[in-house]
Ligand binder design. Structure first.
Ligand SMILES: [Zn+2]
Ligand SMILES: [Zn+2]
Length: 257
């Protein structure tokens, strides 16, 4: 199995180290047919995309798409979940420049309200630090409701690293994602989704994507760990939107050599 489209990459517009053009050049070099640039939503404390940069990124991507006919480049944003009610940090004036929208949970965002600072972000941090079972259970229950509401509020292409640092009932989220056509990501940089979770949610019929979440040029399509998790769980390639069977012979295949 190999990926043909890296759907989750970061550039210098948030905290990646490569420019859009450098990431695209790398993707072409290693033979990808598509690349999506998905920098962090603006509520990220240190490196959210500035609102005036969405237009600039769109223009850069349009120019690169005109320049190259061997790769398709897309613009997305990895929106932060900023409220327990499922609110994410994307505005209409930003969305209009994007081909599609992702959402993911991170620690370093500015919550929607003071209530969300304590009841959503704070609760998740405290629950991760303290070994208190009822708190962990309640946090997981609340987080699950947040993810379900989010899928009702927005048309999302994909949820990045579902459940990472934000424990959820993966069964409930996967069922809803399958119904709403939201892709669940298998991400080699994070612990969720892992092989055990993937195996458990396979019967619900949803789709997956394997992405690098690259923050540096050499890491584009560096997804070996995620491919291993998908294979271990027995996820069929047909359920992974950006993967194909790897038909190249072993000796010509750097990832299997
Ligand atoms: Zn992320
Ligand atoms: Zn990311």
């Amino acid at each position: 199995m190999r990926i043909t489209h890296d759907m989750h990459t970061h550039t210098t517009y948030s905290h990646g180290l490569g420019t859009i053009e450098e990431m695209v050049e790398q993707a072409r070099k290693i033979g990808l047919s598509a690349l999506t640039v998905s920098d962090h939503g603006r509520s990220h404390l240190f490196y959210g995309v500035k609102k005036e940069n969405f237009k600039k990124m769109r223009e850069e991507i349009d120019a690169l798409n005109a320049k190259y006919d061997d790769i398709d480049i897309y613009l997305s944003v990895e929106s932060n979940i900023i409220g327990a009610d499922g609110t994410i940090d994307i505005r209409e004036e930003e969305k209009k420049y994007c081909d599609w929208i992702y959402a993911g949970f991170h620690y370093s965002f500015v919550p929607k309200s003071v209530k969300d600072l304590f009841n959503f972000l704070g609760r998740n941090i405290v629950s991760a630090l303290l070994p208190i079972a009822p708190l962990k259970r309640d946090t997981r229950r609340r987080n699950t409701i947040t993810y379900l509401k989010m899928m009702d509020r927005y048309t999302l292409k994909m949820i990045t690293h579902p459940g990472n640092r934000c424990p959820i009932d993966i069964h409930a989220v996967a069922k809803k994602a399958a119904k709403k056509n939201v892709i669940l990501e298998i991400n080699p940089r994070h612990h969720h989704l892992n092989a055990r979770e993937l195996k458990a949610i396979l019967p619900y019929g949803g789709q997956f994507a394997i992405n690098s979440d690259a923050h540096r040029v050499p890491h584009v399509a560096d997804v070996e760990k995620a491919i291993r998790a998908a294979e271990e769980a027995g996820v069929p390639v047909s359920r992974i939107v950006n993967a194909v069977e790897d038909e190249r012979p072993i000796e010509n295949n750097p990832r299997r050599a």
